[in-house]
Structures are given as structure tokens and as C-alpha cells.
Design a protein around this ligand. Structure first.
Ligand code: ADP
Ligand code: GLC
Length: 477
């Protein structure tokens, strides 16, 4: 049994903007199921206290940043009953808007202090757990929002427990202007090219990388890609120097939440032995969106943050010719305002074939996954990607660009082919893959074979927890 402190800035179902929350909601639970003592730590954003069990303990950590006391609250999550520490500080975390951006989608100007303070509390708990009633054996950081914890532990110059940092997305490096550095209460000694200095700025992600004992990323292919300048986002040099401690461990799926057999959020449950019932979900989804309910026409779908990463501009170029062939497109997403508007415009042009929903809607994402035929994920880069894994389980065939975790999980050829794959991030390659998808759809036997293959894949967390346990064990010893 190991004691693991798992730190993340979003955890499903408490708060979620993307796949990090799904991972932070599922991996700790899977490790606990194997007998490990995992505890979570996350900021106490507005509204979070109503979503957890009543607080049973609280510790005042003082006011190191001069923004108000940081209070460590101890409770448990209601759904999975996992112990969680919430870092409370009214001025930093009790805000309307998201965890990182305000209601207008603009980054909070004091994110360095917000996640500096969160990281400082993580470091305190990791270092002085004995005084606080629970001493972890290993600290697991996730992404830049927790990376400064490694810097605090480094700057306190004491022996500390081993640190694992997981990179979910290298693009978000949490870098800030040097003149904000004094706010961090960090030693200037760390501002070195081998430390947290990053092209004249300082970076939380880089702190998490350089001071970690082990770095992981969320798929084997992304672990290789990020060593190149094309995918390294300016950190490839750092990562190449650290490749001795870099591992790629594929994310998993929480099949309790994502299984068409028992998903309470979809119209009609179905399984690999009753794929034909999936059609009810398709018809219901089309009806819900006021699109013609013709079952013989292929329905493409998108569930995504609308960002440059996801390659959704390629779809805008490729889809008109596809729509001429009668396919339909159903989209759920939010993010970049230009993309949002471009998709809304597409709907205006093809009101009978295209349905766009701008926003974040967990329940609708399940109906969409169950109801569409093929999920489009033409990402420019994709550390792991979870939506393709969900799609597979629902017999919804993913059409993906061959990159990162998509390359590790979706295959067009081979015995267990389960989707459609293209290489180059251009509209033409995407269009050709859509044509192959359409041709397959018109051959009912070929399509159903792919669906069966897709649904029989097992990407459960149970399969990867042993890899995680082994990694922690090696560090602790
Ligand atoms: P990323 O973390 O890069 O956004 P992932 O595929 O790993 O990509 O995870 C995305 C997660 O967020 C999935 O659980 C997906 O269903 C969910 N998601 C993305 N956009 C939306 C949305 N607009 N509404 C509901 N869920 C969404
Ligand atoms: C990031 C990545 C995504 C990954 C998720 C969870 O948001 O963009 O590819 O699946 O983290 O690790």
C-alpha cells in the first residue's frame, strides 16, 4: 500500500473543462480500488463545497502571498468517496467564471498567484504531512497549475518525497512575465535555464518537469513526439535532456460512466450484441436537433474544446463537399470565438444538415456519442484524447489524425481496425478519410465489423493502474 497525494486543478465531477478532469476523477479511484491510499488536492473554487461531503477538518496555512489566508479543508468526494483536500482562499478561488478564465473567457490576471498559492499548499502538505495528519509517500503533479509545487519543494532545500509530474498538454506551459516573479515567493536561484526560466519568462510546467523525479505523459506516441521541435512547444530541449525519466502511459476510460449498456443519459441502451439499437439514439439525436431522420445517411459529430489544437478549421474546409453528399454534422463545443462563429455560420448555410451547440453540456455529450455514426478528431496534436476512447465503446467510429494518443488507439487497417485515420493535417487528407468512412458506411457488413471491433477494445484504468503502481514503487524505493 502506498500513500499518494494526487494534485490537479480540475477533477470530474466537481469541475471539468477537459480530459484532465476525467483522468483526475478516475485514476485515483482505480488506484484506491487496488488498495492504495490516494488523496486528492484541488482549489476550493466557487460552489465546490456544495458538491462534497461536509468538511471534517481544516488547517490554516497562513497568508504567505499576502492575499488572504490559505485554508486546507479535508473532506471526501460524494460519488466515489475519495478523500480530498480543498485549498480555500476566498480572494483567489471564489470567483464566477471557470477555473482559469473569467466569464468572458479571459485568463485571470493573477493566475500565477492563484496557482502559485495552490502549488504552495500542495508542497506544504507533501512536506509537512506528518504535522497535518497524513504523510504521503509520493506526490503526483498534473500540468502547469501544480508544477510550482516542485519549485517550492526545491527552494525549501529539504529532502522531500518523490515527485511525478504528468504532462497532459505541453501547449499550456503556465509561463508568466518576469516582473510577476516576486509575487511567487520563490528563490531567485531557480531562475536559471536549467530551472524555471523559460525564454525570458518563468514557467510552472517547466518547474514540474525539471524538479520531478519522473515525468509521464498520457500516451506513448506523444511521449516521443514532444522530444521534437515540431511538438515540443519550446520544451523539447528540456525534455530531451530529461528523457531518462520520461514515460508514456496511456490514459484509461471510466466505463462506469461511459458504457452504452448502462449509460443513464442516453435514450436507448445497447451492447455489442445489440448494436442495431444504437439507431434509436441516432434518430432521437436527429429529432432533438430538428434534422431529417433519415437512417441511411451518415452522421458525423464533434465533441470538443474549440481550439487550434483540435484541427477543427480543417473540418470547416472539408465538410461542404461532404454535405453535398447528404451527410449530417452535429457539433458540441466551446472555446475560440472565431471558430464558434464559423461553425454557427455553417449551420446557417446548411440548416437541415448541420446542428451546432456552443457550450459545455456533459449529458448532451453522451447523447451525441451514442447517436452519431462517426466522431471527427482531426487534431494537430493530441496528448491522449479521451473522446475517441468513449466513441469506440459506443460503436461510434472515430475518424482521427494520426498523432499522439489517437495514433495509439485508432487503427484503419489490421485485424482490429476500429476507425479511420489520416496522416497530414490538411483538409484534403481529412476529406479523403471522410470519403473512406462514407464508403464503409454504405457497406453495412464492413461497418458493423468495425463497430464490433471498436466496442471490444478495453481501455479501462484497471489495465494501467499496475503501471502507475510500479512507477510510484520505483520512486519510493
Ligand atoms: P481535451 O482534454 O484536450 O479537451 P480529451 O479528449 O482528453 O480532450 O477530453 C475532453 C473531455 O471533455 C471529454 O470528456 C469530452 O467529452 C469533454 N468535452 C469537451 N468539450 C465538451 C463540451 N462542449 N461539452 C461537454 N463535454 C465536453
Ligand atoms: C489534455 C489533452 C488530451 C488528454 C487530456 C487528459 O487536455 O489535450 O489529449 O486526453 O489532457 O490527459
Amino acid at each position: 500500500m502506498m500513500r499518494i497525494l494526487f494534485a490537479a486543478s480540475e477533477i470530474y465531477p466537481l469541475i471539468k473543462t477537459g480530459g484532465l478532469a476525467d483522468v483526475a476523477g478516475a485514476l485515483p479511484a482505480a488506484l484506491r480500488a487496488k488498495g492504495h491510499d490516494v488523496k486528492l488536492i484541488m482549489p476550493a473554487y466557487k460552489g465546490i463545497l456544495e458538491k462534497v461531503e461536509p468538511i471534517h477538518n481544516s488547517t490554516n496555512l497562513g497568508d504567505p502571498f499576502g492575499v488572504g489566508d490559505l485554508i486546507l479543508l479535508e473532506t471526501r468526494t460524494t460519488e466515489d468517496d475519495i478523500p480530498i483536500f480543498l485549498v480555500q482562499c476566498q480572494t483567489l478561488f471564489e470567483r464566477d467564471g471557470g477555473p482559469y478564465v473569467d466569464q468572458n473567457g479571459v485568463d485571470y490576471p493573477d493566475n500565477h498567484i492563484r496557482f502559485g498559492a495552490f502549488s504552495w499548499a500542495i508542497a506544504m502538505l507533501a512536506q509537512h504531512g506528518n504535522l497535518l495528519g497524513w504523510q504521503a509517500d509520493v506526490l503526483h503533479l498534473n500540468d502547469w497549475q501544480t508544477g510550482f509545487a516542485a519549485a517550492y519543494l526545491e527552494s525549501w532545500k529539504m529532502n522531500h518525497i518523490p515527485i511525478v509530474t504528468t504532462v497532459h498538454n505541453l501547449r499550456y506551459n503556465g509561463s508568466f512575465d518576469m516582473n510577476q516573479f516576486p509575487d511567487m515567493r520563490l528563490s531567485g536561484e531557480l531562475l536559471d535555464i536549467h530551472g524555471i526560466e523559460f525564454y525570458g519568462r518563468f514557467s510552472g510546467l517547466k518547474a514540474g518537469l525539471v524538479y520531478a523525479d519522473s515525468i509521464t505523459t498520457v500516451s506513448p506516441t506523444y511521449a516521443k513526439e514532444i522530444l521534437t521541435s515540431e511538438y515540443g512547444d519550446g520544451l523539447d530541449g528540456t525534455l530531451r535532456a530529461m528523457r531518462y525519466k520520461l514515460h508514456g502511459i496511456l490514459n484509461g476510460v471510466d466505463y462506469e460512466l461511459w458504457s452504452p449498456e448502462k449509460d443513464p443519459l442516453i435514450k436507448q441502451n445497447y451492447s455489442i450484441d445489440s448494436i442495431e439499437k444504437k439507431l434509436d439514439n441516432k434518430l432521437a439525436l436527429l429529432k432533438e436537433n430538428g434534422l431529417s431522420e433519415d437512417p441511411t445517411k451518415l452522421v458525423f459529430g464533434i465533441v470538443s474544446r474549440l481550439t487550434e489544437q483540435k484541427g477543427l478549421d480543417l473540418i470547416l474546409s472539408a465538410i461542404p463537399s461532404m454535405l453535398e453528399k447528404g451527410v449530417r454534422l452535429i457539433v458540441l463545443g466551446s472555446g475560440d470565438k472565431v471558430l464558434e462563429e464559423a461553425y454557427n455560420e455553417l449551420q446557417r448555410q446548411y440548416p437541415h444538415q448541420v446542428a451546432i451547440r456552443i457550450g459545455y453540456d456533459e449529458a448532451y455529450s453522451h447523447r451525441l456519442q451514442a447517436g452519431i455514426d462517426s466522431l471527427l478528431i482531426p487534431s494537430r496534436f493530441e496528448p491522449c484524447g479521451l473522446t475517441q476512447l468513449y466513441a469506440l465503446k459506443y460503436g461510434t467510429l472515430p475518424l482521427v489524425r494520426k498523432t499522439g494518443g489517437l495514433a495509439d488507439t485508432v487503427f484503419e487497417q489490421g485485424d482490429l481496425h476500429n476507425g479511420f485515420v489520416f496522416d497530414h493535417a490538411d483538409a484534403n487528407s481529412l476529406y479523403e478519410a471522410m470519403e473512406r468512412c462514407l464508403a464503409c458506411f454504405d457497406d453495412i457488413n464492413a461497418w458493423q465489423q468495425k463497430q464490433k471491433n471498436a466496442m471490444s477494445y478495453d481501455f479501462s484504468w484497471e489495465k494501467t493502474t499496475e503501471k502507475w503502481a510500479q512507477l510510484y514503487r520505483n520512486l519510493i524505493q
